[in-house]
Design a protein around this ligand. Structure first.
Ligand code: KPL
Length: 308
């Protein structure tokens, strides 16, 4: 890959992607949000610590601010939180070219469509990522669970050749010609797990017990929601899928629980918010999902966190 790979967002996922690309010797560059963050990164010798299974590798990754240069950005991985994408992309819009390609790694739905609308001239790819990662420090990421990345273009089209560099970086990815249903199922998984972990402050594995009778009602609503979006899955298949994710990530703290612990804005609007709005627009009733949305909003308000 001759073009540098830019990574926008130095959260756990951004560092995980940057670390793996740097480890493979790819030219990857982190785009940081503030001069303070850049100063801190440079003061640390541009070192990125990638920890897996107790082993930590130190890698050197160059960072810059979107505004620090006018150099074109042709390959961009967007790894910010869903609510931060739009504003973060505006800071580098002047560096995008008609042949620039963006890969969006966000949880939930809604932010992806907004980017596609804002950048109609660029190729915007969507991804569903199931790796588990968390940050021990600003430059130190722990790869807690190896997952898979499904990539696709909401418009018909083949995988761009440069994605092969991801394989070189050890990223387990696959091209899917139909990415939206994949993202809908991921959204359903996030609706079933993340809010419960935030409400009960529990790891993923405790979700069914903590939710009690709310859980089967929620799964039934999610199945109705998926059907209304053209994703047909039986309730048994959806329940099994969600149960498998809960078991595989039993000890993990969901991204929403991590956000709450860090006193950060959550992705509620792109997960439950998008789900409830879509159900309403499709004219289907999802009472358990709506109740969970209200319950989580009230919980976040009590904690002094945004409800969107
Ligand atoms: O995607 C996740 C998240 O935390 O956002 C799950 C699948 C729930 C794993 O923690």
């Amino acid at each position: 890959m001759s073009e540098p790979l830019y990574i926008l967002g130095a959260g756990s996922l951004g560092l995980l992607w940057a670390g793996r690309c740097a480890r493979a010797g790819l030219d990857c560059r982190l785009l940081l949000r503030t001069p303070q963050a850049l100063q801190q990164w440079q003061a640390g010798g541009e070192a990125l610590l990638l920890e897996q299974g107790g082993d930590t590798t130190t890698l050197r990754v160059t960072a810059e601010l979107p505004s620090s240069s006018a150099a074109p950005i042709r390959r961009l991985i967007v790894s910010t939180k869903a609510w931060a994408v739009a504003e973060a992309l505006e800071t580098l819009a002047h560096r995008l070219q008609p042949d620039s390609q963006l890969v969006l790694l966000q949880n939930g739905l809604g932010s992806q469509q907004a980017v596609s609308q804002r950048f109609p001239d660029q190729r915007v790819l969507y991804a569903s990522v199931t790796d588990g990662a968390w940050k021990r420090a600003a430059n130190h990421v722990v790869w807690a669970g190896i997952g898979q990345t499904l990539l696709g273009d909401p418009q018909p089209g083949a995988a761009p050749a440069w994605l092969e560099a991801l394989t070189q970086a050890g990223i387990d990815w696959q091209w899917t010609p139909d990415i939206l249903p994949v993202l809908w199922v991921k959204l359903a998984i996030n609706c079933a797990i993340n809010p419960i972990t935030a409400l009960h402050d529990c790891p993923n594995g405790e979700v069914p017990d903590r939710a009690g009778a709310q859980f089967p009602a929620l799964l039934a609503d999610l199945q109705v929601l998926l059907a209304s979006q053209g994703v047909s899955m039986t309730l048994a298949a959806l329940s099994e899928r969600i149960t498998r994710v809960i078991q595989a990530t039993a000890a993990n703290s969901s991204s929403m629980r991590q956000d709450v612990h860090a006193g950060r804005r959550t992705e509620i609007d792109f997960i439950l918010g998008h789900a409830c709005r879509s159900a309403r627009q499709a004219g289907v009733a999802t009472p358990a999902l709506d109740a969970l949305y209200r319950q989580l909003q009230a919980h976040l308000a009590r904690l002094g966190l945004p409800q969107d």
